[in-house]
Design a protein around this ligand. Structure first.
Ligand SMILES: NC(=O)c1ccc[n+]([C@@H]2O[C@H](COP(=O)([O-])OP(=O)(O)OC[C@H]3O[C@@H](n4cnc5c(N)ncnc54)[C@H](OP(=O)(O)O)[C@@H]3O)[C@@H](O)[C@H]2O)c1
Length: 292
C-alpha cells in the first residue's frame, strides 16, 4: 500500500520517515510545503492520483497554539478546511486516512483521563480549529480515523524537550508550570502506532473513528522539565510555578490526560511509559549531538 505523509518535515512526519524502512509492506511518499499544500484541494487530488496513493497520514497542521489566537484565519484553513480537502480526496479516490488531533479539544475540567466519548470544549483557537478538522473525518464515509494525542516531542523540530535542554544550560534556575497536567508523548511512539495500524489492520475504523493515544503515565510540565534535566545531565534548578505566573495568549487545559484503552484494545498496541520514551529521545539527541 502506498502512503502519503503530509506535513512530513514536522516532528511526527520526520519520525515516520525514520521508521518507514521497517514497514516493508508499505510504500511512502513524503510531502510538505511548498511541494504539497493541503489547503489546495485540486493540487492534493492530482498529487494523490498521480502517485497512486492508497492511504494518507495527515501530519500537517498549524501547531503554534499562541500564534493561532491572532492568526485564526490561517489556523482555520490548515486545521479545519484542509482536513475537509483530505476527506474529500479520500472519499473520491477511496483512500484510507489517519488524521491527528489534540488533547486541546478539551477544557481540562475533568479529573479522570479523557475517553473518546467525553464532550469537547476547546479553550482556544488552536483547539477549536482542530475540533472542526476532526468533525470532517468523523462525518466522512471514507475509511478514516482521528487519533488525538498530547504534548508531542521528538528529536526533530522545536519542542519542550529541546527548549528545556537549551534553557537549562543557559540559566541556573527555571520556573515551570506545575498546575497543568497531561502526558508527554514521544512522536516516534505515535509514528510507530500509525504505521502498525496501517500495515496490520484490514479495516481502519474497527469500533468508531475516534482514538486517543499518548505515552503511559501522568506528569505536569514541571515534572516533565525535571525529568529532562535529570536525563540530559543538565545542572539547572527547576522551580514549580502556577499558570497565573506564566501568562500566555492561549488558555490551556489544566488537565488533559487521555484514556488509551480503546486504541490498545482495538489494535493490540503496547504503549511505553513516558519516562522510558523520554530517555530514548534524549539518547537519540545525544547520538545526533544535538543540545545534550
Ligand atoms: N506538537 C504538539 O505538542 C502536539 C500535541 C497534540 C497534538 N498535536 C498534533 O499532532 C500532529 C503533528 O504535530 P507535529 O508536532 O508533528 O507538527 P509540526 O512539527 O508543527 O509539523 C507540522 C508540519 O505541517 C506543515 N504544514 C503546515 N501547513 C501546511 C499545509 N498547508 N500543507 C502541508 N503542510 C503544512 C508544517 O510546515 P511549516 O513548518 O512550514 O509550517 C510542518 O512541517 C498535528 O496534527 C498536531 O496538531 C501536536
Amino acid at each position: 500500500m502506498k502512503i502519503l505523509i503530509t506535513g512530513a518535515n514536522g516532528q511526527l512526519g520526520s519520525e515516520i520517515n525514520e521508521l518507514s524502512a521497517s514497514f516493508s509492506n508499505l510504500e511512502f511518499v513524503f510531502s510538505d510545503l511548498p511541494e504539497l499544500d493541503i489547503c489546495n484541494r485540486e493540487m492534493l487530488a492530482q498529487f494523490a492520483s498521480d502517485h497512486q496513493i492508497k492511504g494518507i497520514i495527515n501530519c500537517a497542521a498549524y501547531t503554534a497554539v499562541d500564534k493561532a489566537e491572532e492568526d485564526s484565519k490561517t489556523a482555520e484553513l490548515v486545521n479545519a478546511t484542509a482536513v475537509g480537502n483530505l476527506v474529500a480526496v479520500a472519499e473520491a479516490q477511496n483512500l484510507k486516512l489517519i488524521h491527528i488531533s489534540t488533547d486541546y479539544v478539551f477544557d481540562g475540567t475533568a479529573h479522570l483521563p479523557y475517553s473518546e466519548e467525553f464532550e469537547v470544549s476547546p479553550l482556544g483557537v488552536y483547539g477549536a480549529t482542530k475540533r472542526k478538522g476532526e468533525e470532517f473525518v468523523l462525518n466522512s464515509y471514507s475509511e478514516s480515523i482521528v487519533i488525538r494525542t498530547s504534548w508531542l516531542y521528538s528529536s526533530f523540530g522545536n519542542n519542550f524537550v529541546k527548549t528545556m535542554l537549551r534553557l537549562g544550560k543557559e540559566r541556573e534556575e527555571l520556573g515551570v508550570i506545575f498546575d497543568q497536567v497531561g502526558t508527554p508523548t514521544y512522536a516516534r511512539d505515535l509514528a510507530q502506532t500509525c504505521l502498525e495500524i496501517l500495515s496490520k489492520s484490514d479495516k481502519l475504523d474497527t469500533s468508531g473513528k475516534l482514538y486517543h493515544f499518548s505515552n503511559e503515565g501522568v506528569a505536569s510540565w514541571f515534572d516533565f522539565a525535571k525529568a529532562i534535566m535529570e536525563m540530559g545531565n543538565v545542572d539547572c534548578i527547576v522551580n514549580p510555578i502556577e499558570t497565573k505566573d506564566y501568562p500566555t495568549p492561549a488558555k490551556r487545559p489544566h488537565y488533559s490526560v487521555l484514556n488509551k484503552a480503546k486504541i490498545k484494545a482495538d489494535y493490540g498496541i503496547e504503549i511505553p511509559y513516558w519516562r522510558d520514551s523520554l530517555k530514548e529521545c534524549i539518547q537519540r539527541l545525544k547520538e545526533l549531538k544535538e543540545q545534550v
